[in-house]
Design a binder for this molecule. Structure first.
Ligand SMILES: [Zn+2]
Ligand SMILES: [Zn+2]
Length: 235
């Protein structure tokens, strides 16, 4: 049962892989291999498709499979320390650890994770889906079947950036053949792939592109997605 639930979390990753595999067939076999007569244009289109595919898929799978890092041992509490802190009693031994913490809970006390039994480092949050505390937690992303945080944020951001460029390229270069299909200038066997590819690229571009723009905004403000959510609840 646990294994089935775990495998189900990877369904969106399989979906993304499947859509890309079909787009490979539509773009390389149908468009580049059949519809484009000019060899130079076909070579440039084919090369760019392969290059952008590699640039967005490599960080995508790094974001999916990058494991959560362990929390440093100095943040881990013994049973005795945990009991004292949860009962609001002082714990003088903690001062020797020189924990680099600025964030506290609403009452000014240390932020504790009662599940992992640790003092949460700044910006660390417990993810109930991953069942662990995540450093610099941004959000749990079902599309990468993983938390986005300190361990994989760079890969997640690279994925958003290159996926946006990939989708712009695919939508722009397939649009002409979509129009030719609508005008009846190319066969429906080939045209249906061009129509579907152009439509899907535009739909994905709206979601991935807006997410990319949002994360540029967050990076400029040195904020995380969860911080904006908490603020929107408080305001
Ligand atoms: Zn935790
Ligand atoms: Zn998670």
């Amino acid at each position: 049962m646990w294994l089935a639930a775990r495998l189900a979390t990877y369904f969106p990753v399989l979906f993304v892989t499947g859509v890309w595999a079909w787009s490979y067939y539509a773009y390389i076999v149908v468009l580049v291999g059949t519809l484009i007569d000019n060899v130079f244009v076909a070579a440039v289109y084919g090369l760019t498709f392969h290059m952008l595919s590699f640039l967005f898929l490599a960080p995508y799978y790094r974001a999916v499979f990058e494991p959560l890092p362990l929390i440093q041992s100095k943040f881990v509490l013994s049973h005795h320390e945990f009991r004292r802190l949860t009962h609001g009693e002082p714990c003088p031994d903690l001062k020797d650890r020189n924990l680099p913490i600025k964030m506290h809970d609403g009452s000014g006390r240390l932020r504790l994770c009662t599940k992992c039994k640790i003092i949460k480092p700044d910006r660390c949050r417990h993810c109930s889906i991953c069942g662990a505390c995540v450093l610099k937690f941004d959000h749990h992303c079902p599309w990468v079947a993983n938390c986005v945080g300190f361990h994989n944020y760079k890969f997640f951001f690279q994925f958003l950036a290159y996926a946006t460029f990939f989708l712009i390229f695919v939508a722009a270069t397939s649009a002409r053949y979509f129009i030719l299909y609508v005008n009846g200038s190319i066969s429906s066997d080939h045209g249906i792939h061009m129509a579907a590819m152009c439509f899907i690229a535009v739909v994905f571009l709206f979601s991935v592109g807006s997410l990319f723009a949002m994360h540029i905004h967050l990076l400029r403000r040195n904020e995380t997605t969860v911080m904006t959510r908490v603020r929107s609840v408080l305001l």
